[in-house]
Structures are given as structure tokens and as C-alpha cells.
Ligand binder design. Structure first.
Ligand SMILES: C[S@@+](CC[C@H](N)C(=O)[O-])C[C@H]1O[C@@H](n2cnc3c(N)ncnc32)[C@H](O)[C@@H]1O
Length: 276
């Protein structure tokens, strides 16, 4: 049976709407066409009556089967966009989230204000923070992760994006031998007690990239403490909704002189900035 690209778009939108809400389904459908099939909106409008080749129909059917099982589109297609750049992702890495762009913006603002040179990205995952800073500043960046699989992905992203930075494997700041001025991190910060109520798509992402003991605060607290011990001038951390007050209190108790919490677009605590 023949099928045109316009018909495929309608079929796909309705198939996605079976397990996504309608708005999400139509946005995701366009992403499948843009990123998966290389058919942007204008091409679809101009040439939507062309026939879909058999191998492409088969491919879309396979993607749909995986997506129905809850696998995120970024893992299926193998990349996600962050700050307008394409980052490869695998099941070893967290999928970049839009709110992490706020962390990058805060890090650039604080780092430029303080005139820092030596900066690290702890728990770099696919490398989004460290690589973006390396591409947008003159800073010397070290990006670390405990996961060798994640570091492989980050290194390959750095190479394809032309970013120059160092990578190190190890536990938090232990992987960074040099002195540091600015510590940036989106650490695992989800409370394991919240796991049952989370979206099923999160089950595809590595648990060690998401969850932290102590109500989600264990790694954020350790990063603040280790950065204070290392006499870093500032820390910029991504945090979870509602984590600002307690983490802020802890940072003050560690001796950080100025502690501020910023919200994301939904009004949730999202960034903690500690400075000396
Ligand atoms: C929330 S993900 C963030 C990834 C990436 N920075 C991003 O924003 O998409 C946390 C990352 O921290 C890494 N990680 C977990 N525990 C760690 C530890 N003790 N030391 C260093 N990295 C760790 C995980 O492998 C994961 O890549």
C-alpha cells in the first residue's frame, strides 16, 4: 500500500497521541520529521505528496515500537540539542534537559564576573556543560565523570564540536588534581523516594546519573564541601525543586559567604550559587 509523507505525518501524530498528550505528540511528530527523517516543515509543505520509500516506513515502524515502550526519542535517534548544538547521547548518559541551559548561563555570568580561568564540570555526562564552556570562553576546563561510558561519549562530542578541554574519570572533585576557581555541576539530585512517581521514560536513563542519597542532596552537599576545602571561589549547581533552602543552609554552614538560589521558568528552585 502506498503512503505519502503527508499521510505518514498524520498517521504518526495519531500513533504518538496514544501515549503522549496531544501537544507533546504533535511537537514530537515534527521532531521525528526534522531529526529522524530529515524532512523539515518547509519540505513537508512543498513535497508532502511524495511517496515514502519502503525502508523508511520500516524504520519509522521500528522507532515507534521502541517509543511505545517508553524509550526517549533522544536515545532512539542518538542525539539531543543543547544550546543549539548537537550532542550524541547513549544509555550511558543523561539526556540534556532545557533547564540545564540556565546553569550554563549562570556559570558564564559568575565566571566572567569573577574573572576565573580554571573551571571544572563535575559529572559531565554527554559533556554539555564543559564543552559549551570550552566553546564559549577562554577558560581551562576539566570535565569529569565517574562513568567511563559517559566520558567516552563526552570526548567524542568534544571532538565533533571542536572543543578543547581535559577529561578525567573519578569521584567528584577527586578527579581534578589542579587548583580550581569555579566548580559547575549538574549532579544526580533526585530523591530515591520519589522514584515510583517519576515518568517511565526516566527508567531508561542511568540511575547513577539521577539519584542521590540524603533526599537527593548527598552529591550536591559533597561538591559544596569539597569546593570549599579546595578554596574554589564559586560553585554553580543544578538542584531539584524545593532543595534550595536546606542546601543553602548547608552551604552557609560550610562557610560560603554568599549563597543564592535561582528558579527555572516554572518557578522551581533550579540553581544554587555559592561564592566566597
Ligand atoms: C544528572 S547527570 C548530568 C550529566 C550532564 N552534566 C548533564 O547536565 O546532562 C549526573 C552525572 O554525574 C555522574 N556521576 C554520578 N556520580 C558521580 C560521582 N560520584 N563523581 C562524578 N560523577 C558522578 C553521572 O555519571 C552523570 O553523568
Amino acid at each position: 500500500m502506498s503512503l505519502t509523507f503527508s499521510e505518514l505525518r498524520l498517521d504518526l501524530a495519531s500513533a504518538l497521541a496514544h501515549f503522549l498528550d496531544p501537544e507533546e505528540a504533535s511537537a514530537e511528530c515534527l521532531r521525528w520529521f526534522d531529526d529522524g527523517l530529515g524532512w523539515e516543515r518547509t519540505r513537508l509543505a512543498a513535497r508532502g505528496d511524495e511517496q515514502v520509500p519502503e525502508d523508511l516506513r520500516h524504520q519509522v515502524g521500528q522507532w515507534l515500537r521502541r517509543r511505545r515502550e517508553g524509550e526517549p526519542w533522544a536515545y532512539i535517534i542518538g542525539f539531543a540539542m543543547f544550546r543549539g548544538r548537537r550532542f550524541a547521547v547513549t544509555r550511558d548518559t543523561l539526556i540534556p534537559r532545557p533547564e540545564t541551559e540556565l546553569v550554563l548561563e549562570a556559570a558564564l555570568e559568575i565566571g566572567h564576573r569573577l574573572g576565573v580561568r580554571r573551571v571544572c564540570d563535575i559529572g559531565t555526562g554527554s559533556g554539555i556543560l564543559g564543552i559549551s564552556m570550552a566553546l564559549e570562553t577562554e577558560w581551562q576546563i576539566v570535565a569529569t565523570d565517574l562513568s567511563a561510558g559517559a566520558l567516552d561519549v563526552a570526548k567524542s562530542n568534544a571532538e565533533s564540536l571542536g572543543a578543547v578541554l581535559k577529561f578525567a574519570q573519578g569521584d567528584l572533585l577527586g578527579a581534578v588534581p589542579d587548583s580550581l576557581e569555579l566548580v559547575v555541576s549538574n549532579p544526580p539530585y533526585v530523591d530515591p523516594a520519589d522514584a515510583p512517581s517519576l515518568q517511565r521514560e526516566l527508567a531508561f536513563e542511568p540511575a547513577f546519573a539521577l539519584f542521590a542519597e540524603d533526599r537527593g542532596l548527598a552529591l550536591s552537599t559533597a561538591i559544596l564541601q569539597q569546593s570549599a576545602d579546595r578554596k574554589a571561589r564559586a560553585v554553580v549547581l543544578e538542584i531539584g525543586a524545593g532543595q534550595g533552602p536546606l542546601l543553602g543552609e548547608r552551604a552557609v554552614a560550610m562557610g560560603w559567604r554568599s549563597v543564592a538560589v535561582r528558579s527555572d521558568w516554572a518557578g522551581h528552585d533550579r540553581i544554587l550559587i555559592a561564592e566566597n
